[in-house]
Design a protein around this ligand. Structure first.
Ligand code: MN3
Length: 243
């Protein structure tokens, strides 16, 4: 596809920020024909799913993944961009900074910044065939919760106990302690308005759109199968910065 003026503006802006576009940046071609004149930092764009829709079949069916990624999550990214534009927010800064300051903005910004950020994390916290929990994170979980099984039980309880739509989290609090909790809607522990606060390490989407086609009302079964696709390598790498 020939570069458009918008691509030029985007690339110039990103170059000015010292950001190198990888393969993810190429996905912007698909939206290049639209009329928008604002470029958004890569934190604020939906990145390609790192696996095929049917790659997580042991836990999540392909149709659910397709709808979840291409409709629900894509919708959060689109609505976030509308809110950013309407409220004059610069996307030069990391999205984490926006989340930490979210009380200054509209409900639309809160819901969609959270929705976009949470899903981008969630996709990367899973992979086909999951992996093995080991090393420093395993030791930290054992010392925080007694055993890996006890950690999983407490996490699953937080996920099944969240009334209505929301997320379950493993996160690191300000005292660098590992904690488990849940948030309603699309709130994340990074938000200054969140009931629980800290750095997320592991997230589970318990909105019905995440599991209803296969599991219907059986949220606990979805949670039980989900452990099969948890990308422990990703979470171990992430946790290394915080614990
Ligand atoms: Mn979702």
């Amino acid at each position: 596809m020939a570069p458009t003026r918008r691509d030029f503006l985007r690339n110039s802006t990103l170059a000015g920020l010292g950001i190198t576009l990888g393969m993810n940046g190429l996905s912007s071609c698909s939206t290049a024909g639209k009329a928008a004149s604002v470029s958004f930092g890569t934190d604020y764009q939906q990145k390609p799913l790192p696996y095929a829709y049917d790659a997580l079949e042991s836990a999540i069916d392909a149709r659910t993944m397709e709808l979840h990624y291409s409709k629900h999550a894509a919708g959060y990214a689109k609505n976030l961009q509308e809110a950013l534009q309407a409220e004059g927010v610069s996307t030069d800064r990391p999205i984490e900074a926006l989340l930490a300051d979210i009380s200054r903005y509209s409900a639309k910004m809160r819901n969609n910044a959270g929705g976009h950020f949470n899903h981008e994390q969630f996709w990367r916290m899973m992979r086909p065939n999951g992996g093995t929990l080991s090393g420093r994170l395993e030791q930290a979980l054992i010392s925080a919760f007694g055993s890996v099984e006890a950690f999983k039980k407490q996490f699953a309880d937080a996920a099944s106990g969240r009334f209505g739509s929301g997320w379950a989290w493993l996160y690191v609090d300000k005292d660098r302690r590992l904690r488990i909790g849940s948030t309603p809607n699309q709130d994340t522990p990074l938000m200054n308005v969140s009931e629980i606060k800290g750095q997320p390490l592991l997230a589970l989407d318990v909105w019905e759109h995440a599991y209803y086609l296969r599991y219907q009302n059986k949220r606990a079964e979805y949670i039980g199968n989900w452990w099969k696709v948890v990308n422990w390598e990703y979470i171990q790498n992430l946790s290394g910065k915080f614990i």
